[in-house]
Design a protein around this ligand. Structure first.
Ligand SMILES: O=C(O)C[C@H](O)C(=O)O
Ligand code: SF4
Length: 512
């Protein structure tokens, strides 16, 4: 098994940098369904470019390389301890070479282990089978979409949909609701895996396992096949669209599995995966440790993905482009409106969860007056001369900073916050009061934004770990859309309200 570690490293690298063909074709189909010029179409073309760049540069598609989770089938007699050791070594090496972001954080001390090893990390599930080869599947599911997973305990009352009972129709309502509640925050358009039944733990496990099914397969259970088809057709009528910008495609795939439950419990568990749906698999020769075959890449698509025609044409008022160089004046900010594209040149600062919490009670290490905060946890590597290089740098979900953002904008005189998925009422009020805007970058487009970064000026708070540190970055042509302005307008609020109204059209019973 000499080549085992190399094979596993190849699997990790491939998973992080190259999307499987079924995922790519679902994204391409979505792209074709959007009218050119709409925000959704622009976002999808950035996404497509990003997928290509990541493959060409062998760099992470998204900076959040997720929780590395392996599902492994082994022939009887294989040494699992040896296999686990090889996985851990491959994980460390993939982190050192920038294919994975150091993502393992101690929840009590906040310390990032730096090498993606930690208690329970990586996640490895073993199962024996009677074949004579090893099958290894890997999913790198990021935190933003993981946070949008949801579990329903039936019966329940759902906003927009009313009562969901313990039957196929109740399951239908839960799944539609799960897509609605994710809005754009899990980097829609997404893929969902659904687990029906089980208990709280096995239900979620089943949901996650569904994500390993190919987007193009047909469910062997006719009821579930019908439900999958129904969801694919109707969830897209919610018009949440790519990144929650509105649009024709909100869901790229839906796979449902079921397992027995106990009489008192009835769970519907949904695992939401962003468009950056990074899962690959290989079979490995147990003698040599070499890869025999790639599971998704080497399997030709037999069935096309169902395409539904656009429900209604999207119209887009002409987009205004405004170039800004920080420090930005209040006047420039108050001139911006939702829908404008801001192109930034100059210095911006990253800041996410740890920094926002810190800044509430402390001073900032640099002057932020007129400045721009980027909700981003990049992948960074040092080059031979010891200079920092940006390997991947897309936005992170902004709503987590909702409790802090308005106060921080006011305290430091910040004029723009870049992130993804939008923010809430308190921030919207804060933007108005202080004269600031929220700019939505395309989630997951980590290569695209890394290419806009021309230099690393410095870093503070390395003790927070690489993703949470405050990086001071020079950018050029960094484009993002104003989705919340200084006049109380929020595209996110509008899309949420509109999609709730649309959700209500699915209230009536469909499955007897
Ligand atoms: O942690 C990140 O960089 C992003 C995260 O996956 C998110 O979607 O918020
Ligand atoms: S930033 Fe978006 S694309 Fe990246 S892991 Fe998070 S949810 Fe997925």
């Amino acid at each position: 098994m000499q080549s085992l570690k190399e094979s596993l490293l190849e699997l990790i690298t491939e998973t992080s940098t190259n999307l499987p063909p079924d995922v790519r074709s679902a994204i391409q189909r979505a792209k074709k369904k959007e009218d050119s010029g709409t925000r959704a179409a622009l976002a999808l073309s950035t996404i497509s470019d990003n997928i290509e760049t990541a493959e060409e540069n062998v760099s992470p598609i998204c900076q959040d390389t997720g929780m590395p989770t392996f599902y492994i089938k082994v022939p009887v007699g294989i040494n699992q301890i040896e296999l686990t050791r090889a996985i851990r070594e491959a994980i460390v090496e993939a982190t050192q070479t920038g294919k994975l972001r150091p993502n393992a954080v101690d929840p009590l001390t906040g310390e990032n282990s730096g090498d993606n090893l930690g208690e329970g990390v990586p996640v490895i599930h073993y199962e024996q089978w009677e074949k004579d080869e090893i099958e290894v599947r890997l999913i790198l599911k990021g935190g933003g979409c993981e946070n949008k997973n949801i579990q329903y305990s039936l019966p329940t009352e759902l906003e927009g949909l009313g009562r969901a009972g313990r039957d196929l129709d109740g399951i239908r309502k839960c799944i539609l609701h799960s897509v609605y509640q994710a809005q754009g925050q899990g980097c829609s358009a997404g893929f969902i895996g659904v687990g029906v039944g089980g208990d709280r733990t096995t239900g979620y496990e089943l949901a996650k396992q569904q994500l390993f099914r190919k987007s193009t397969d047909t469910n062997p259970n006719p009821d579930l096949a019908r439900l999958e088809e129904y969801i694919m057709e109707n969830a897209n009528k919610l018009s949440i669209g790519t990144m929650g910008f509105g649009g024709n495609t909100t869901l790229l795939g839906c796979k449902i599995g079921s397992m027995h439950r106990i009489p008192a419990s009835f769970y519907v568990s949904v695992a939401y995966n962003c468009w950056a749906f990074r899962r690959q698999g290989v079979t490995i020769d147990p003698e040599t440790g070499k890869i025999n075959r790639w599971l998704y890449k080497d399997e030709p698509d037999t069935e096309p993905v169902t395409v539904t025609e656009p429900e209604e044409p999207q119209t887009q008022s002409s987009t205004r482009e405004v170039r800004l160089i920080p420090p930005i004046s209040e006047e420039d900010i108050r001139n911006l409106r939702v829908g404008d594209v801001v192109v930034l040149d100059g210095l911006i600062h990253t800041g996410r969860d740890a920094l926002h919490k810190y800044l509430i009670d402390h001073d900032a290490p640099v002057d932020l007056e007129g400045g721009v905060i980027y909700h981003c946890g990049p992948v960074m590597l040092k080059d031979r001369e010891g200079n920092w290089e940006v390997k991947a740098a897309g936005p992170t979900t902004s709503i987590r900073e909702e409790p802090y953002q308005a106060d921080i904008i006011k305290k430091f005189g910040i004029r723009a916050v870049i992130g993804k998925g939008g923010m809430g009422a308190r921030t919207l009020e804060g933007l108005k009061e202080s004269g600031a805007v929220y700019l939505n970058a395309v989630g997951g487009a980590a290569q695209y934004y890394a290419n806009c970064i021309t230099g690393v000026e410095g870093v503070h708070f390395m003790e927070f770990g690489v993703p949470e540190a405050m990086w001071h970055l020079q950018v050029k042509d960094f484009a993002a859309i104003v989705t919340m302005d200084a006049h109380g307008n929020s595209l996110h609020k509008d899309v949420e309200m509109d999609s709730l109204e649309r959700l209500a059209q699915f209230k009536e019973k469909v499955f007897a």
